[in-house]
Design a protein around this ligand. Structure first.
Ligand code: ADP
Length: 334
């Protein structure tokens, strides 16, 4: 996979369990969500009730799965983990819901990608802790109502706006996860280094944090690649120098751009004078699919303020010229 990609690859899945914070106190950053969630959970515990349904929105790798596990742990409840795309039919959802224990947390990742019939079943389950199981087909089909034990749904989505309002409205609380500041990522990196027995200097952690695109999953992944390098090429200690050299080997630059990001930016600057240029033309110039440029490279470049999408096409910002060490052409020159 892509070293600076935010989705989990196989290696991430294997290591992430070991790196996950176990309670709200260990969870770095996201002060607002943490404070709000702390109140929701404490209040539910005091009432001896099941916590309200929680919706977590935010980019991949920001800690939504981790938070759902923390919610279960803080409530002393078991957790079941599944995802919208894994639920093809309403029957799949009925089977999961009817097997939940009282108070159990159901984590539904990518909840916006559930099928329509499953979504409708979920409305009723969330509100009344009840589902109608349809038995039989055609005119002879009957709906058998099934009582469910109270449970807490934790839904995760990249954007809350992707959810139909009736679903969104059934959550008692919505937490918006933000990208992490460099200082917060440094804390994540120090914590993970401790768990992985990696000796790391403050400047080494700073160097990795600056290249992690605001995302703990990426920070943890870069840390593992830097650890390999420190072990093979040096004495194992992660200094600033070692971190920078290691990530240069993997083509991740000082701001977290990888080869594709830089290819797009370089083409925009060198071939098109900084734009505006159409997406298709830009894609051809870097030998990639339109979708790859638009969905893989551009979001981060836009977020970093290096590229802007305008009605006339893509344009580079002054920061893009600076980042690549190039000089913009003179405006209105001879
Ligand atoms: P998501 O579900 O949003 O894709 P995860 O919860 O799977 O993200 O988190 C990805 C990785 O980043 C995990 O290894 C997790 O331990 C780590 N992580 C995420 N958020 C934090 C945080 N706030 N503090 C420490 N580690 C974090």
């Amino acid at each position: 996979g892509r070293l600076v990609g935010a989705d989990a690859d196989g290696e991430d899945q294997a290591v992430e369990a070991a790196l996950r914070p176990k309670d709200l106190g260990e969870f770095v950053g996201q002060e607002r969500v943490r404070e709000q969630l702390d109140l929701v959970l404490k209040a539910a515990r005091q009432r001896g009730a099941t916590a309200d349904h929680v919706l977590l929105s935010g980019a991949p790798g920001l800690g939504k799965t981790t938070l759902s596990m923390i919610i279960a742990a803080e409530m002393g409840a078991p957790i079941r983990i599944t995802s919208g795309p894994a639920i093809q039919h309403a029957g799949d959802l009925a089977a999961i819901l009817s097997s939940l224990a009282e108070g159990e947390v159901l984590f539904l990742d990518e909840i916006h990608r559930m099928s329509r019939p499953a979504e409708e079943m979920l409305y009723m389950a969330m509100e009344d802790f009840r589902v109608d199981v349809i038995v039989g087909k055609g005119p002879g089909a009957t709906a058998i109502p099934l009582e469910l034990p109270p449970f807490t749904l934790v839904g995760a989505t990249t954007r809350a706006g992707l959810l139909p309002p009736p679903l969104r409205d059934r959550f008692g609380f919505t937490g918006h996860m933000e990208f992490y500041a460099p200082a917060e990522l440094e804390r994540v990196i120090h914590r993970s280094a401790g768990l992985l027995d990696v000796v790391i200097e403050a400047e080494g952690a700073g160097e990795i944090a600056g290249r992690s695109r605001g995302t703990p999953r990426i920070a943890n992944r870069l840390l593992r690649r830097v650890r390999d390098y420190a072990q093979v090429k040096a004495d194992g200690v992660v200094t600033r120098e070692i971190a920078a050299r290691a990530l240069a080997v993997y083509d991740v630059d000082g701001r977290g751009l990888d080869r594709l990001d830089r290819a797009v930016l370089t083409a925009l600057l060198k071939l098109f004078g900084g734009g505006p240029v159409g997406l298709s033309t830009l894609a051809v110039a870097v030998g990639e699919e339109r979708e790859t440029v638009e969905e893989v490279a551009e979001p981060f470049l836009v977020r970093e303020g290096l590229l802007a999408r305008t009605p006339r096409g893509r344009i580079a910002t002054p920061a893009a010229w600076t980042h690549l060490g190039l000089t913009p052409p003179q405006q209105g020159g001879a």
